[in-house]
Design a protein around this ligand. Sequence first.
Ligand code: AGP
Length: 610
Amino acid sequence: MCGIIGFTGRCEAAPILLEGLRRLEYRGYDSAGLVTGTGRQLHVRKKAGRLCELLRLLAAQPAAGCYGIGHTRWATHGPANDRNAHPHTDSRGWIAVVHNGVIDNYAVLREQLQRQGVVFRSDTDTEVLAHLIARCYQGDLVGAVQQALQLVRGTYGLAVVCQQEPGIIVAARLGSPLVIGSGRAGRYLASDAHALAGWVDKLHYLEDGQICQLSGEDCELFDQRLAPLTITLQDAPGELTDGLLDKGDYPHFMLKEIYEQPEALTNAMRGRLHEADATAHFGGLNLTAAQLRQVERIIITGCGTSYYAGLVGEYLIEELARLPVEVEYASELRYRHPPLDRHTILLAITQSGETADTLAAVREAKRRGQITLAICNVVGSSIAREADGGVYLHAGPEIGVASTKAFTAQCLVLTLLALYLGRLRHLSAAQGQRILQELRALPEAVRAAFACHTQVKSIAEKYAHVHNALYLGRQYLYPVALEGALKLKEISYIHAEGYPAAEMKHGPIALVDEHTPSVFLVPRGQVFDKVLANMQEIKARGGPIIAVVSGHDPEVAALADDVISIPHVPEYLQPIVAVVPLQLLAYEMALLRGCDVDRPRHLAKSVTVE
Ligand code: AGP
């Protein structure tokens, strides 16, 4: 979603801002802009479309100066056009603002400002901030920002410059991440630490309510009332390297990340398999075994793919640990009032650690006194810091908007957690040992699943023209059906629905015709015969069938039009292996349809607005 970058120091800002914006591209955006300053003049350049449009504009109208802020916008208020792109300025052009988040009371503020004679030049909520700050400005930018923020309700990560205060950037955070860093060339600011790769070795993540003022030499931190705070610089996370945004030999990040899964799974397991106790163990749960034995119920929450991993977690924890689990979309949970007792814990699942709804659900649970845990990929992210404890995926940075390796790593960490909780309760040491052994073989099984890629490619050629597709699975593979359908729709724009296979006849079967393929997940397992019967129902109505099976399965082959074979693994690990052909199918279909696989339309990598 929207990205922010800022620099003030001893060299030209524009090239740094542009490089920072390039690094933020993966978050998803529809316009980009920057402002730099020389003497008492600001140079605003902004353009709808990809970054190359902004580059073209800058080639014609360069922006000089050693300080500035930049932004990639993901439209919320007003369409993606030049006018609505950030930065936004006040009427005199003294103040320029870039902003992530949403100002909830912008309509009231806009009306008040208009009554006072302010003419708005965009449809955005952000422009309100520029005018408010200008109205509060009396020669002290940080003071003006602080006063203006008293008037707004909503969420923000924002950066502001003022032509009267050359070299100064003021930034503030409430609900939308911002990180500041020091490097040899000066001071930096970004909405995502990845954007500062190679430039800084120390970082400070702004907390909600903090305001900071950066200059080339200094960095000052304040609370909401402008009382000074001490900056706690942390080492930049290990994966913050220049090579981060390198696709290597792969044409797309998505494909690279699909193929990184065996390694990601190995990393997610590393150091966590405890041979002697036949269990898994974790460093960051911050709960003792005794406390965990008191847990009587788990509520899992997340959004999108992370929510689907949560559904896999429900099957895993109920089977291995015999604990009741509920899975709830974070956007729903945050406004619900489910009865919770002190033996219920909230487990948030999130790749980015920045998803606004998931963060809000964690905060709401904390407010009500619940213990919160997070399974998260990005070290130091807002949710990782907010939760009482948690487990990092260690899957490595995921850049493609379509989540792939994070999903399989999430399912794996949930398996480890289920094993751990199970061993604290009823699982025997022998059962624990068997699970450890099966887990160790998992990365190889995923590697072997890549053998289906060529075949998946030809299946994609057969079906790339379709308008609808169905994904069907049962039990552990029901969430995988949902995930397969999500992958297809988000990157190929084909309408796809995931269903528990038996639910078909309660409505969706009406969609079946010869142009609507059904992707069936039918590896051998306890409901194999039932899924076979569901396949017959589709077949009888003339629907083409693509079946994902374990090994060689003549019974399924007799019914299906296309069969994709994956390695045999125990049922509780099937989601991690069975999702691989679905990821590849979505990828190949999207390519054939000429879609931008890594940056699908309208989507953002981390959704930082509610
Ligand atoms: C997955 O492919 C999506 N792009 C999306 O559904 C994503 O999983 C969701 O926005 C949640 O993100 P998070 O894991 O970073 O919280």
